[in-house]
Design a protein around this ligand. Structure first.
Ligand SMILES: Cc1ncc(COP(=O)(O)O)c(C=O)c1O
Length: 491
């Protein structure tokens, strides 16, 4: 279960009340990366499940074991929806490219089962800072001690560093997969795995540039790497403009359309012609990039449903994963429910009229609060409002902002401990997002992640104000500094 999806922590008392001090402050959690309850489409899900359970043509299919690649109507709807969304990149309406999954995390585990072999696949390269809950998934698949951090800048993953890493292993050609020789011919083991969140990354919010996307696909082809792109925030994007600085925080737009999206890595891999030397070990058939999609952030995490878009050979191979073959794709009933939401247009309507407007407003509230309480202490990486001197229209998205401590003597881990002890405020200190086992390659004790999707809107500014107080009083000694644990306990 994601730490960004932890159960509610138990509020700890702040100042003692026996001495006449004020009562403890209510806990504010700016670590949790869940959608706020008000963003869950409860009524629509109620209607969709009622439709499913009363329609004799689909009720049995939705409650039985299903086909390996997933509930067919949802595959078809997704193929159509994705081809319309990414029409600028000629995304085909091809159901064979879609496989239904149990969400991005569950599917990452399946991808590793079917497309890696620890005797052949050398490393998992993770753009850093990373969505840290992927680390245990990679470790469980046999790659403990073989996760490698690749630093990121404001354009995305540092490809020079990645290529240097690939080259370390280029001189000793392997003999071939030994633990999983059964994978061929429906599946294959790649030599490298690269894990990225190209759009509105968690935690940094960075969106990889198109130039970087193209170069990354080329590198993956050259070195027989599979790019696993967690495209979980692609539909949660909105425009940000200089006017947001003074915008009334209460005002929420009634409709927020998806700004023109960038090509996903899977689009780039499909569109970019292959050079003669790029056809590696089945690479042209299976491709070198997959889009790991999820309904967690666009419908509800509890549905545990997602999809993969990939080449037809890859999507088919993924559906041959042992645990999928036994009973068909996971989350069959959830998939059938989502298919009703897609058929009736409710999913798109909810994104346009509820989810994106609310996230846009929450993001604006957080940035306004940042300007008021935090800017002397923290620098905003991306996600700030553009000034009239900078481009008038920019796009931001996702759930998080990523901030850098201005004072070199401040430690994010200590700030997180003090925030909890003094203010009953939970924040995520940067070290949480270091790559497990390769922390030294990309350290983040000067960073803090704040989430704007979860807390009540009224608490967002209060949380930021509390953090401002912690930072303002930094020079006062605090007992919590030596506490063994901090916000990381909140599970
Ligand atoms: C980048 C990223 N990938 C995957 C997930 C989890 O997705 P799912 O719920 O589909 O497993 C999250 C959730 O926070 C995320 O931020």
């Amino acid at each position: 279960m994601p730490l960004s999806s932890q159960a509610l922590p138990i509020a700890r008392p702040v100042a003692g009340d026996a001495t006449g001090n004020p009562p403890p402050k209510p806990l504010i959690n700016l670590l949790r990366g869940w959608p706020a309850p008000s963003l869950l489409p409860v009524a629509q899900l109620q209607a969709a499940t009622a439709t499913l359970l009363t329609d004799p043509s689909i009720v049995v299919g939705s409650l039985q074991y299903g086909p390996d690649p997933g509930f067919q109507p949802l595959r078809e709807q997704l193929a159509g929806y994705l081809s319309r969304t990414f029409a600028a990149y000629h995304a085909p309406n091809d159901v064979e490219r879609i496989c239904i999954t149990g969400g991005a995390s569950q599917n990452a585990a399946c991808v590793l089962q079917s497309f890696t072999d620890p005797s052949y696949t050398v490393c998992v390269w993770m753009s850093a800072p990373c969505y840290f809950l992927m680390c245990p998934i990679f470790e469980d698949a046999g790659f403990a001690g073989r996760l490698r951090a690749v630093p990121e800048d404001d354009q995305g993953t540092d490809l020079e560093a990645l290529e240097r890493g690939f080259q370390e292993f280029a001189t000793s050609p392997p003999s071939g997969p030994t633990l999983k020789s059964h994978l061929s011919p429906q599946r294959k083991a790649y030599r490298h795995i690269v894990y990225v969140v190209p759009t509105s990354s968690n935690p940094s919010g960075v969106t990889m540039s198109v130039v970087r996307r193209e170069r990354l696909v080329r590198l993956a082809r050259k070195y027989d790497a599979l790019l696993i792109a967690d495209d979980v925030y692609d539909f949660l994007q909105w425009d940000v403009s200089p006017a947001d600085v003074d915008a009334d925080p209460v005002v929420q737009q009634s409709h927020v359309a998806l700004p023109p999206p960038l090509p996903r890595l899977v689009d780039v891999d499909r569109m970019l012609p292959r050079d003669d030397d790029e056809s590696g070990e089945g690479g042209d058939r299976f491709g070198n990039a997959i889009s790991n999609g999820s309904f967690s952030k666009i419908v509800a995490p509890g549905l545990r449903t997602g999809w993969v878009e990939a080449t037809p050979a890859f999507a088919y191979g993924l559906a041959q994963t042992g645990s999928t073959k036994s009973g068909g794709a996971p989350s069959q009933f959830s998939a059938a429910t989502i298919s009703v939401l897609m058929r009736t247009g409710e999913l798109d309507r909810s994104l346009r009229e509820v989810v994106r407007p609310a996230l846009q407003r929450r993001h604006r509230l957080l940035i306004q609060a940042y300007e008021k309480h935090l800017s002397p202490f923290l620098e905003l990486g991306c996600g700030g409002f553009p000034t009239s001197a900078s481009p008038v229209r920019t796009v931001f998205g996702g759930y998080f902002v990523w901030l850098k401590l201005r004072r070199p003597d401040m430690s994010a881990a200590v700030v997180a401990k003090r925030a909890l002890a003094r203010e009953n405020l939970v924040i995520a200190g940067g070290p949480l997002f270091e790559v497990k086992g390769d922390e030294a390659s990309a350290r983040f004790d000067d960073r803090i992640r704040l989430c704007f999707s979860w807390e009540d809107e009224a608490k967002l500014e209060e949380g930021v104000e509390r953090l401002g107080r912690v930072l303002r009083n930094w020079d006062e000694p605090c007992e919590a500094d030596t506490a063994p644990t901090g916000a990381g306990d909140f599970k």
